[in-house]
Ligand binder design. Structure first.
Ligand code: UTP
Length: 276
């Protein structure tokens, strides 16, 4: 059973400067909810209630968001505004939140390794909150992945097909189809952000993972890769060489809210849904 979800949220969010100068990227709202709240809701929907968040300098607003604000609650108690806090209150009641800081931003792989003290020796999920996923009220992406994990009991990455010209923005996998009814592949190769001409496929890893805990030992030995950062893709390749990584083409939509274009697209999508 997977109980814990790790949220690496220490990145600088440079694509959103100056908004992210003093505000964590994960706190940018799509409509009225910050990105990280969507992520926590997705984890809860998949049955996970222990949230482990990797923060960094200037990210304190995340901790405050998942805490009670007595003064504010007192002010709006009994008014028409009170229901606006219902969802966040329910998350605070259902979940436990723990935090650790990544002191130096040495990449996603390093951020995940920093989370070892919060996760321990058990399989866990990872959500990158800037990849906002929605499946229109059906099984969320993480719920779908938990089912895949229950079947294969190894690390799972969520993938989607991207235009070949965009492969340099993603970790790209190659693999053998193991189940065409669920679109699952046994991964044989993975490359971080390859040039389109070097990409083995156009199947890109998005910000949802389920990882087995041996990943920590591998990450400890993983040397900096693309961009001088410790890459989770490089560590996963070690597991893939043992046949221990499954890629799953998820059902639903994903918005890259780490980019201005994706963020605007997500905002329009959720606004139209709200109006309907
Ligand atoms: P990104 O590649 O989106 O980097 O990180 P970023 O710093 O957040 O944003 P840009 O590219 O500068 O605009 C992917 C995920 O990994 C986390 C980020 O917080 C994001 O969720 N991350 C990245 C860390 O937690 N630590 C790191 O050292 C790097």
């Amino acid at each position: 059973m997977i109980k814990k979800c790790l949220f690496p949220a220490a990145g600088y969010g440079t694509r959103f400067l100056p908004a992210t100068k003093a505000t964590p990227k994960e706190m940018l709202p799509v409509l009225t909810k910050p990105l990280i709240q969507y992520g926590v809701e997705e984890a809860v929907d998949a049955g996970l209630t222990t949230m482990a968040i990797i923060t960094g300098r200037g990210k304190r607003a995340i901790e405050d968001h998942f805490d009670i604000s007595y003064e504010l609650e007192h002010q709006i108690k009994g008014t028409s505004k009170e229901p606006l806090l219902t969802e966040i209150r329910s998350l605070i009641t259902q979940c436990t939140f723990s935090y650790t800081r990544q002191v130096e931003m040495k990449g996603l792989g390093h951020a995940i390794l920093t989370g070892e003290t919060l996760i321990g020796n058990e399989p866990f999920a990872v959500i990158l909150a800037d990849d906002l996923c929605n499946n229109n009220g059906n099984d969320t992406v993480l719920s779908q992945m938990v089912k895949v994990f229950e079947k294969y009991q190894c690390s799972i990455v969520a993938i989607e097909e991207v235009p070949q010209k965009d492969t340099h923005k993603y970790g790209i996998i190659a693999g053998n189809l193991v189940d065409n009814t669920t679109d699952t592949y046994r991964v044989t190769d993975m490359i971080e952000k390859p040039d389109p001409k070097d990409a083995p496929t156009n199947m890109a890893i998005i910000g949802r993972y389920i990882l087995t805990p041996d990943i920590f030992e591998i990450l400890e030995k993983t040397k900096p890769g693309k961009g001088g950062e410790i890459q989770i893709t490089d560590a996963l390749l070690e597991q893939a060489k043992q046949g221990n990584v499954i890629a799953y083409k998820f059902k639903g939509k994903r918005f890259d809210c780490g980019s201005v274009e994706g963020f605007v697209e997500a905002t329009n999508y959720f606004y139209n849904k709200m109006k309907d």
